[in-house]
Design a protein around this ligand. Structure first.
Ligand code: GRF
Length: 206
């Protein structure tokens, strides 16, 4: 069986990358590359430990974002990547990059979009005092966390004085939801509603 080739882009810790590595091992999905916007991202070490090829595409080395993104896109295309997964990739990608991978970029965000897009989503939710929070996996368009939603999971947000405990809860959900979305896409179970391309149709995975 030929594999479904994905790449994962990170900027930091890479716990979502680790969840993908663990969940997709021995599956039809192969992680063929991990790209990072930072040379010191812990995610790079996780990729190397799993024997996955890595590349660093940092604005520190190439401050021209268009050139940086073009180099990244070329690197992904050379590896025949079918889906680009942003897993804690903390930078916006240029419209040219998004056009080259149109409909083939996925992101995980720790909020029930369209609430709390952008940076600090968990902090924004706590500040707002919401009682229900959640995680969204969505396709990436040119906006900030604004693309069509693939999967969402909501949960009640119990009061807890320590944000690190709350952050762990979000991560647990992310680590389940993101690999599930990738598997569904690889299995051809995800499509856009022809009548309204904002609506993502997902065939149940049981
Ligand atoms: C996650 O919360 C993700 O939703 C957000 O950035 C965080 C990255 O965490 N976009 P990690 O690097 O995967 O541990």
């Amino acid at each position: 069986m030929s594999s479904f080739r994905i790449a994962v882009l990170v900027s930091g810790e890479g716990s979502n990358l680790q969840a993908l590595i663990d969940d997709l091992r021995d599956s039809e999905v192969e992680i063929v590359g991990v790209g990072s916007s930072r040379a010191d991202a812990r995610g790079l070490q996780r990729a190397e430990a799993a024997g996955i090829e890595t590349g660093v595409f940092s604005l520190a080395e190439e401050p021209d974002r268009a050139k940086r993104d073009a180099a990244l896109a070329g690197w992904l295309e050379e590896r025949h990547v079918e889906l680009v997964v942003l897993a804690g990739f903390m930078e916006l990608l240029t419209p040219d990059f998004i056009a080259r991978f149109a409909g083939r970029i996925l992101n995980v965000h720790p909020a029930l979009l369209p609430a709390f897009p952008g940076l600090g989503a968990i902090e924004q939710a706590l500040e707002h005092g919401v009682k229900v929070a959640g995680v969204t996996v969505h396709f990436v368009d040119e906006g900030v966390d604004s693309g069509p939603i693939v999967l969402q999971e909501a949960f009640e947000l119990p009061y807890h004085p320590g944000i690190s405990t709350i952050r762990e809860h979000f991560h647990e959900v992310e680590h389940r939801l993101l690999p599930r979305a990738v598997r569904l896409i690889a299995a051809g179970r995800v499509s856009l509603d022809p009548g309204n391309p904002r609506v993502v149709l997902v065939e149940s995975d049981g």
